[in-house]
Design a protein around this ligand. Structure first.
Ligand code: NAD
Ligand code: GLY
Length: 368
């Protein structure tokens, strides 16, 4: 496989700046990782699905740089994004005598990336780490920006830290083995960037959806590049989500309620976000911020991407009440008030509360 870096996107965070390398054939090449600091040990953290597919390639690439390269293989699934699984990483780091210079490599989707990042943030109060995302969702979103963490039974991603990687390596070849449902889940986060920031990109996604679904490498490269550029632009201005960064959570307030309400892993994160964007768009429309034509256009795109556009029932008696209860645990909630990321005109997002009665109407209209 020849090395082909299609592009590099930079995320500007002062001394914590780093490159996002996007291309094909990157994973197995030592040149991809040439700029990383030297250390005695590297630890690859992956899972039972991704490790058999890609760990050997990465181990091979890292062998010339590190004296020893260890592999930690975690169970696969959102339901394992827990304190117990995190502890498995710490166990392995200690058993391998990992020191402060040990570099962690997160090889997998967002679950592996979020947990490895949190392990890197806390092991010996912080060791360097690299994101090697292997799902579309992780390449366009979760590997970039330094949000790391685990779930709590009462709320998603409730325990964690902001901790930036040294580099993100998006090897588009890894997307060839991704199940179709996971590709669609990633497309939810790609679509997200259109309504919140870039109408031209929304148009491009709409026109190129078939190419994306067919895994055309040039189309995927553009989707990953533009998504990372938008995310880098947002995170560069508001790393710790004092304000602007919250727009990246469009669809996530409803989506997180779906994930927690159904039990983590029942719906994929991207599926819940896709459906959550439909619900947030309807709420935006009911608040008079956008017209119904835009809601319908967005819904059609999400549907075409292979994502659910109708919400699940989370409670037999009071479905809307259950959504509201779960959304109250969202990290954006302030003083008990749920705050939604809403579309305030094409390519412009805003964050605000909404009357419970209106939110109930939206939930009733959007769920079966
Ligand atoms: P995931 O990590 O569970 O991966 C999806 C599935 O695909 C898993 O079964 C995985 O083993 C498998 N897989 C991964 N790469 C593969 C490949 N190349 N070939 C075949 N199978 C492969 O899910 P995800 O969608 O990547 O990430 C979702 C997680 O990311 C959620 O926990 C979410 O909260 C988190 N997230 C974090 C951020 C952030 O900013 N940190 C942003 C968005 C989402
Ligand atoms: N995925 C939301 C964020 O990174 O802020």
């Amino acid at each position: 496989m020849t090395l082909s870096t299609l592009c590099t996107v930079s995320i500007a965070l002062g001394e914590r700046s780093y490159p996002i390398t996007i291309g094909t054939g990157l994973l197995g090449q030592s040149a991809t990782f040439a700029a990383l600091p030297s250390a005695a040990t590297a630890v690859i953290v992956s899972n039972t699905t991704v490790a058999p597919l890609y760990a050997r390639q990465l181990q091979h690439a890292l062998a010339s740089k590190y004296k020893s390269v260890h592999l930690v293989t975690l169970p696969d699934g959102e339901e394992y994004k827990t304190w117990q699984t995190l502890n498995q990483i710490f166990d392995a780091l200690l058993q391998n005598n990992s020191d402060r210079k040990t570099v962690l490599f997160a090889l997998g989707g967002g679950v592996v990336g979020d947990m490895t990042g949190f392990a890197a943030a806390s092991y010996m109060r912080g060791v360097p780490f690299v994101q090697v995302p292997t799902t579309l969702l992780a390449q366009v979103d979760s590997s970039v920006g330094g949000k790391t963490g685990i779930n709590h039974p009462m709320g998603k991603n409730m325990i964690g830290a902001f901790y930036q990687p040294l580099q993100v390596v998006c090897d588009l070849d890894t997307l060839k083995t991704l199940p179709g449902r996971e590709l669609s889940a990633g497309l939810a986060e790609v679509i997200k960037y259109g309504p919140i920031a870039d109408l031209e990109f929304l148009d491009w996604i709409e026109v190129n959806m078939d190419r994306l679904l067919a895994r055309d490498v040039q189309a995927l490269a553009h989707a990953v590049q533009r998504s990372c550029e938008i995310k880098a632009w947002v995170v560069g201005q508001d790393e710790r989500e004092a304000g602007l960064r919250a727009i990246l959570n469009f669809g996530h307030t409803f989506g997180h309620a779906i994930e927690a309400g159904l039990g983590y892993g029942a719906w994929l994160h991207g599926e819940a976000v896709g459906c959550g964007m439909v619900m947030a768009a309807h709420l935006s429309q009911r608040l008079g911020l956008i017209d119904m034509a835009f809601v319908q256009r967005l819904t059609a795109m999400i549907d075409k991407a292979g994502l659910p556009v109708v919400g699940p029932q989370l409670h037999t008696q009071d479905n809307a009440g259950r959504y509201l209860e779960l959304m109250g645990v969202d990290k954006k909630a302030e003083g008990g008030e749920i705050r939604f990321v809403l579309i305030d005109g094409p390519a412009r997002a805003t964050m605000r509360g909404a009357p419970d009665a209106l939110v109930r109407e939206v939930i009733d209209a959007c769920c079966i």
